[in-house]
Ligand binder design. Structure first.
Ligand code: UT7
Length: 371
């Protein structure tokens, strides 16, 4: 029997700093009323100094590994979906691998805008299904506040920071990731992009003064695309799994705009209670939005064993994706005991030490071998 990818751990992290609509109204020409009625957002989280995509991803990952009861050393692969990596390279996934002490894991980043988490989940699930890996950590993490133009009211009211993670494990039992669909339409690339900083427009005095390192978006067109693609991708992923919309217990859509989610809800003919939303508190956290929402849905007791959960997203690229999961882990989960938690902490201290020693040895070796 071929193994499927089962979700055995989940975790999230959002920065403590809250930026409310009122705060934004004192920064740009907007109002709480406009933001709430046009988007459904009331507040968002913003990374504090020193917080990065890798540091938030690591915190979400530790929580997910704790719930899975998995030592990072058992991980075979780490995939981080992000549009805001710590660096162009090395990959943020490698920074997370080092911070976790996941010494046996391969690691890479994946860029598919706000659909990134679904892309990462799909790739990881297929790698597990083909027998290449057994334990895979999939993370969606973003520090969008660092590429947001805080003087542009059309975009700054939308985005927030955070990270969410899932641990997937190969298992021959019923359930797990049942199907996924991914899609792209590169002709819509300019509708949502970060123009400069890549090979086309390397960072220069001009790109900085012209604000080319900030998110640029044609909101209305992205809205139209999203409202069309969300129900379409949901239907496709269910068809691929041999399921009907009536088999679905919960839909976790990308959290971009409440009006987009409501339009998709109507198009699918499901009740609003079936479509999870936490957008009001976090805004659009791009690749982090689906795993953070899924994690919260589980924490709120909205997911049960054998439930079918559909995650569906869209984003820059343009890209879209959906994944149907049959939840196979019994819920609620017992939190790890105090001793287990202490053991995890010791492991992470060891990981930090290991990383430090390896860096030191590398320097010493360089000195030793210098001509
Ligand atoms: O993860 C994918 C990322 N992106 C998205 O999902 C975005 C999808 N698009 C949207 O969510 C919506 O298009 C927005 C929320 C971005 C904008 O809502 P809208 O209803 O499409 O507004 P609009 O762009 O058509 O603008 C309507 C008016 C304009 O004024 P005029 O030209 O009618 O006088 C804007 O200048 O609202 C104005 N406006 C604002 N007013 C107050 C735009 N932003 C703001 C603002 N506060 N923050």
């Amino acid at each position: 029997m071929t193994a499927a990818a089962h979700v055995i751990g989940w975790g999230k992290y959002v920065p403590v700093r809250v930026l409310t609509n009122e705060d934004l109204a004192s920064m740009v020409d907007t109002s709480d009323d406009w933001i709430r009625t046009r988007t459904g957002i009331a507040e968002r989280r913003v990374a504090v100094d020193g917080e990065t995509t890798a540091s938030m991803a690591t915190r979400a990952a530790r929580q997910a590994l704790g719930i899975a009861g998995l030592n990072p050393i058992q991980l075979d692969l780490i995939v981080v979906a992000t549009a805001t990596p710590d660096h162009s390279f090395p990959a943020t996934a490698c920074l997370v691998q080092d911070a976790l002490g996941a010494a046996h894991a391969a690691a890479f980043d994946l860029s598919a805008g706000c659909s990134g988490f679904i892309y990462a989940l799909s790739v990881a699930a297929d790698l597990i299904a083909c027998g290449a890996y057994e334990n895979v950590l999939v993370i969606g993490a973003e520090t969008l506040s660092r590429i947001t133009n805080w003087g542009d009211r059309a975009t700054c009211v939308l985005f927030g920071d955070g990270a969410g993670a899932l641990v997937l494990q190969a298992n021959g039992g019923d359930g797990g990731v049942l199907s996924s669909v991914l899609g792209a339409d590169g002709s819509g690339g300019e509708l949502l992009c970060l123009p400069a900083g890549g090979s086309r427009e390397p960072a220069s005095h001009r790109t900085v003064t012209e604000g080319r390192h900030y998110i640029q978006m044609k909101g209305r067109e992205v809205f139209r695309f999203a409202a069309r693609i969300m129900p379409q991708a949901t239907r496709q992923v269910l068809e691929r799994a041999g399921l009907d919309i009536s088999d679905v217990n919960l839909i976790i859509p990308h959290q971009a705009n409440q009006r987009i989610m409501d339009t998709a809800t109507r198009a699918l003919g499901v009740s609003p209670g079936m479509v999870f939303s936490n957008l009001e508190r976090y805004g659009n956290t791009s690749a982090a939005s689906i795993p953070v929402a899924l994690c919260e849905a589980v924490e709120q007791g909205l997911v049960h064993r054998n439930d079918v959960v559909v995650c569906v997203g869209f984003g820059a690229g343009l890209t879209w994706g959906a994944a149907a999961i049959r939840w196979s882990v019994p819920l609620p989960q017992e939190p790890p005991s105090r001793w287990t938690q202490m053991w995890y902490r010791i492991n992470y201290v060891y990981a930090g030490l290991r990383s430090w020693v390896r860096r030191l040895l590398r320097r010493l070796l360089a000195l030793w071998t210098r001509e």
